[in-house]
Write a protein that binds this ligand. Sequence first.
Ligand SMILES: [Fe+2]
Ligand SMILES: [Fe+2]
Length: 317
Amino acid sequence: MTRELTQLQILRELEPVAEQNLNRHLSMAKEWHPHDYVPWDQGRNFAAMGGEDWDPSQSNLSEIAKIAMITNLLTEDNLPSYHREIAENFSQDGAWGTWVGRWTAEENRHGIVMRDYLVVTRGVDPVALEEARMIHMTNGVASPDDWGGFLENVAYVTFQELATRISHRNTGRVCNDPIADRMLQRISADENLHMIFYRTMCAAGLDLVPDQALEAITKVLTHFVMPGHGMPNFRRNGVMMAKHGIYDLRQHLEEVVQPVLKNWNIFERNDFGARGEIAREQLAAYVEKLEGDVLKFEEQRDKLLAREAARGQLQPA
Ligand SMILES: [Fe+2]
Ligand SMILES: [Fe+2]
């Protein structure tokens, strides 16, 4: 007979683990300053202060680098919505409250440094960026269905932090600027530590209430959408990012889903009851389907890229 606990009981039971995990995080996290990652000497005034407004010719970023930077920055900008979700589901008491505050402060740094970089280097149109931020933040978080409770939230953020880490890291590569690459590597290192905190908490949830936790994990994974869901052009930009290997289905499967499930030992554990076993079967079917989808996606992508390359060759030199 497996246990069934309320939200409040789970939070109370796991608080000592949260405290341990918080202390571990604080000992691992490196202090860093956004201003050290921005090439201020590339900056100059805009027209309102006697200079020149943005023009596409000023940007050194490729189209795909622009799209990836904007998508990742708008995701970071939406922090108040994520803060609300986490604060509601993790509570504000004791170690939970300290974590929520600390995590929020660390995340805020990501938006600060990326915006400073993009505005100073004139990498993207600052007016369009501001308009998109207004729309995205006004919409708030578009969480799929109504994910409620600690377990679903902690499962979602585990996968989301890892996905964000990969997306930032690969965006750094396509920027073709060592300064951007260094900045995004710095952010990725933060996302990795966040992921470890959430993954550890979710593992503790699995040990405490295996069936409840696996049901939450299965629900979250089978409904997974990236956090930028709801921002202007999200679908089109997501397709572009997948096409250029910044965040695609294989990365989602092999660098996010599988390593985390392996870390939790999902397919080898023997502490599930009947409900957990059903969830585990659903999860196994989902992973299998994803493996097929990866191959289909790559086949289509290869064809598309080949067609684009052929078209490029036909253009007059
Ligand atoms: Fe972040
Ligand atoms: Fe993060």
